[in-house]
Every structure is written in structure tokens, then in C-alpha cells.
Design a protein around this ligand. Structure first.
Ligand code: CLF
Ligand code: SF4
Length: 501
């Protein structure tokens, strides 16, 4: 076995991972082959470009309360679970309130580029409220991209209207292309003023989704497909879904884990239907990735989310607070343009720095290959290991293997250490945190306390604070090499280091 350091000009077969280049996963690869007009549409959309989600923010306005179908993972007391974390309730807004809130957020968070409508029901089951909001925003805030997420039942009838408002990004939740499978997910749909149950209802829904997808692609609107992975129901089937939607021109596939808890009062929750484990989700995402671009940075955000993906600044923009805000949108637009230009410069600088820095990888295995290893990273962003273990609300997970380092996804956790009065609860939260890191063999952070160190080691996860402030990819590969050299990866052949860059 030979350990080799590859230069940027060398061909690296594994997808490039790591926020260290401002890019999780295969973003560069995803975007580089695209025509300019598509790159222009996705480069600052935090969901359509992994790179963009480190720099650009989105917001949702909850203007759409009604829904036209029933999903077994949804309780209509809460937000639409197709694009939100289950069990969350958003503050319902009128279109006027939504417009005001959007302009207030855009004026105060210049990184905000996208306004999405994703609930709390289905946006296209509430066409008046949804399109009134889009219409006003396309006139009053022309620098904001508009985005919508739908179950697809009413989509074909809405496509012309969507195109008219310059809505470039549409998400359709497609959980199946087979009515047999659909009948296990959707007990009924509401269609032509009637409730249609079982396979018959699922068949209509599937036909509408597929037709809507084709119509959007024909008009040059980018389509992302969300799918909820439901073990034992549609997990195997989703590979077929991925193949078909790609064939029809969908841009991106986002496979999300089912979250089913009895306390959410959903059918699946009450029936004890389990969600997938992190490794099952990753395996399915990898299997689907052979067919199309996969989204791995989705945070299953709420119908009134505000800010960068993974953060929620909604509390700063409640109705009473925005009532008191003076908004000069022209000035805000000018400021936003400057901020976006500065981000573009920063990205270009990072790209140049990345091109000049050797990527570390392993290659040339002689005899037995080293097995891949998952590592969890505590970071506040920027591609650097810069967060205390106890302060992490989520960990980024990377896989190191003989092919290199790649981004796998995020794992959310409760804060282990919030300081002050909450510290007494730390132990149980710590145990929960360790459970969420299942499958990881190391956790890299800027600092870590004595007690969590011991508990992590006991759980078979090696804590590591030696790479604080280092770029993630390089640190992950350095730790992987140490593991090989220490014999921790069941190595049968001798490893040595060479440098070619
Ligand atoms: Fe919102 Fe969805 Fe548009 Fe993004 S979210 S409507 S495409 S602007 Fe993004 Fe949130 Fe995941 Fe949705 S992280 S839940 S994929
Ligand atoms: Fe709930 Fe969304 Fe399904 Fe409607 S489409 S039932 S709101 S998860």
C-alpha cells in the first residue's frame, strides 16, 4: 500500500468533499459541467448548490395552510413534513404580511437570496395565497429568487403561473412511482372535490407528479425531487424513483429520512414505523448517486425558517418586530449586491487557493484495501475545525477512504454544554449526542472536556482536538493516515508516504 499526496491537477476518482474549500460533497463537479445559465441559477441557491449553503441564506413564509392529500408521516396540526421537520408549527401569515417579512429579512440579512414557500400545507393547494405572495415579491423585491415546494398533485395546473412569476426552482416530493407502494404512504388524496383512497388515489398523484415534472423541465425550470425514505415501504424503490426522475430531467435528488415519533400523532408514528439509521440513509443516497446529483446538506427546515441552512433566525422577525422596522428596499438592494459581490470574490479566492493546495488522498493499494472510516467534525462553518465538542448543535460527517475524503451529511444533536443552569442535564444529553455519532470512529473538534472524552472512547469513538483551526479535509486525511499507521484499520501491507504535488 502506498500513501500518496495528490496535486490538484491529478485526477482524483472520489468526489471532492469538505467544506474546507467552501464546498461539501461534489459541488464543484456538480456545477462545473453545467451550462452557464444553469450555473447562474444555482450558484447562490443554498439548497441547489452545496457550496452556496455556506454563504447564502434562504427564508420561508408560511402562507399556505391547506393540503390536498394525506401522507402517513404527517399530522396536519404541524407543518408539511415533505419539506420540514415533523412536529413543528409555523406562524401562518397573510400574503401582505409575508411580503413585509421577506423585505425586512432581505434588508437585514443581505446574504438572503431565496424566498421559498413550503407550507405549512401544500403551496399549490393554496394558489391564491401563494401566487399573491410571489406576484408582489417579483415586483417589489426583484433581486430575490423565488422557490416553491409541492406534493405535485396540483402542479400541472400551476406550471404556467409558476413560469409567469419567474419561479426558477420547484421541489416536488416524489416518494414512489408505483401505486402499490404509494397506497402504503398516502391513505387518500382530494381530487375533483372527492376523496380518493388507496391505489387509485396514489396512481393519480403519481401521474400528476410525473406530468408536472415533465412540464417544468420543458419550460427550463429547475426541479429538485425530495423523497422521504421509509424503511420497508419505499427504501428499495427509491433507486427506481431516482433513475426515472433523472431521466425526465430533474436536477437534484434529496433523499430525506423519515422522522416518525408517536408524540407527533402521525399514522407512522403511532404504528411504530421506524425511520432509517444514518448508515441506511447514506447507503441509499450512495446507491441513488450513481444516477444523479444528490443533495446531502438538507436540514429539513421549517415552513417559516429564516437564515443559513441549519440556523433559525425566525425569532428576530416576528410580526410585532417587523411592524416597527423601517425598510428602504432600494438601499437594501444596493447593499445586498455589494455583499453578494464580496462573497463571489471570496469564493474565487478560495477556489484559487484550493487549486494551489495539494489534496491529500491515498492511492495505489497493494494487496488489501483499507476500509473507509467515518469521522464527525465540530465546526461553525468556513471549512475549519473550530468548534468545542460541547457547543456543537450538529456534526458534519466525512468519510475517509483510499479514494480520498468526501462529505456524507449532517447529524443534528442537542447542545451538550450550554453552560449555566442547564449543565446538570449534560450527561443524558451527552449520551444522546454519542448515539447520534453512531458509526463514526473519530470526532474532530477544537476542544473537548475530560468527561465526554472518556465517554466517547468507551463508545469506540476517538476524540481528537489536535487539528483545531485546520481545514477539514486535510485534518480528516491526516487522522486517517495515523489510523493506518497505528494499525487501527486492519492493515496487512506496509504503508509509506510519498508526495507528488
Ligand atoms: Fe426552501 Fe426548499 Fe426552496 Fe430550499 S428548503 S423551498 S428548496 S428554499 Fe432546502 Fe430546507 Fe432541505 Fe428544503 S434545506 S428542507 S431542501
Ligand atoms: Fe402533510 Fe405535506 Fe403530506 Fe400535505 S403534502 S399531508 S402537508 S406532509
Amino acid at each position: 500500500m502506498e500513501l500518496k499526496v495528490l496535486g490538484q491537477e491529478d485526477e482524483v476518482s472520489a468526489p471532492k468533499g469538505g467544506c474546507s474549500a467552501g464546498s461539501c460533497g461534489s459541488t464543484d463537479d456538480q456545477l462545473s459541467h453545467l451550462p452557464d445559465e444553469i450555473r447562474e441559477k444555482v450558484h447562490n441557491h443554498p439548497c441547489y448548490s452545496e457550496e452556496a449553503h455556506h454563504y447564502f441564506a434562504r427564508m420561508h413564509v408560511a402562507v399556505a395552510p391547506a393540503c390536498n392529500i394525506q401522507c402517513h408521516y404527517c399530522n396536519r396540526k404541524y407543518d408539511c413534513a415533505n419539506e420540514s421537520r415533523p412536529g413543528v408549527v409555523s406562524e401562518l401569515l397573510t400574503p401582505d404580511q409575508a411580503v413585509k417579512k421577506t423585505m425586512a429579512v432581505a434588508a437585514n440579512i443581505p446574504q438572503m437570496t431565496v424566498l421559498g414557500i413550503a407550507g405549512p400545507g401544500d403551496p399549490l393547494a393554496n394558489p391564491e395565497r401563494t401566487f399573491a405572495t410571489f406576484r408582489a415579491l417579483s415586483e417589489q423585491a426583484p433581486d430575490i429568487k423565488l422557490c416553491v415546494s409541492t406534493n405535485g398533485l396540483a402542479l400541472p395546473d400551476a406550471v404556467d403561473e409558476l413560469a409567469k412569476h419567474n419561479i426558477d426552482h420547484v421541489t416536488i416530493t416524489i416518494n414512489c412511482v408505483d401505486p402499490e407502494v404509494g397506497a402504503k404512504i398516502y391513505p387518500w388524496i382530494f381530487w375533483n372535490n372527492r376523496r380518493i383512497k388507496g391505489k387509485k388515489g396514489a396512481k393519480i398523484l403519481i401521474e400528476q407528479q410525473q406530468k408536472g415534472l415533465e412540464m417544468l423541465v420543458e419550460r427550463g425550470i429547475l426541479v429538485k425531487v425530495n423523497s422521504v425514505m421509509i424503511p420497508g415501504v419505499n427504501d428499495d424503490h427509491l433507486k427506481e424513483v431516482s433513475r426515472i426522475v433523472k431521466q425526465k430531467g430533474a436536477f437534484l435528488h434529496n433523499v430525506m429520512p423519515l422522522i416518525a415519533e408517536a408524540e407527533h400523532g402521525t399514522f407512522y408514528g403511532v404504528m411504530g414505523q421506524r425511520g432509517p439509521s444514518s448508515s441506511e440513509l447514506q447507503a441509499l443516497q450512495d446507491a441513488c448517486a450513481g444516477d444523479m446529483n444528490m443533495m446531502r446538506h438538507c436540514r429539513q427546515c421549517r415552513a417559516d425558517a429564516v437564515g443559513l441552512l441549519g440556523e433559525d433566525r425566525g425569532a428576530e422577525f416576528t410580526l410585532d418586530k417587523i411592524e416597527d422596522m423601517e425598510i428602504d428596499y432600494q438601499a437594501a438592494m444596493e447593499k445586498r449586491a455589494k455583499v453578494h459581490a464580496a462573497i463571489a470574490d471570496e469564493l474565487a479566492e478560495k477556489e484559487a487557493a484550493k487549486a494551489a493546495t495539494p489534496l491529500v488522498t491515498l492511492e495505489g493499494a497493494v494487496g488489501k484495501q483499507y476500509r473507509p472510516v467515518l469521522m464527525a467534525i465540530a465546526t461553525t462553518g468556513g471549512g475549519i475545525i473550530n468548534q468545542h465538542f460541547g457547543h456543537a448543535k450538529e456534526f458534519l460527517v466525512y468519510e475517509a477512504s483510499s479514494k480520498g475524503v468526501r462529505f456524507i451529511g449532517h447529524r443534528k444533536t442537542d447542545l451538550y454544554c450550554e453552560g449555566g443552569d442547564t449543565c446538570g442535564d449534560g450527561e443524558s444529553v451527552l449520551a444522546k449526542t454519542i448515539r447520534t455519532l453512531e458509526g463514526c470512529e473519530a470526532v474532530l473538534c477544537s476542544k473537548i472536556g475530560y468527561e465526554p472524552w472518556g465517554m466517547l472512547e468507551e463508545a469506540g469513538i476517538q476524540p481528537n482536538g489536535e487539528h483545531a483551526m485546520e481545514p477539514i479535509e486535510e485534518a480528516v486525511m491526516a487522522v486517517y493516515k495515523e489510523m493506518i499507521e497505528n494499525g487501527a484499520l486492519d492493515v496487512e501491507v506496509e504503508a509509506r508516504l510519498t508526495t507528488t504535488a
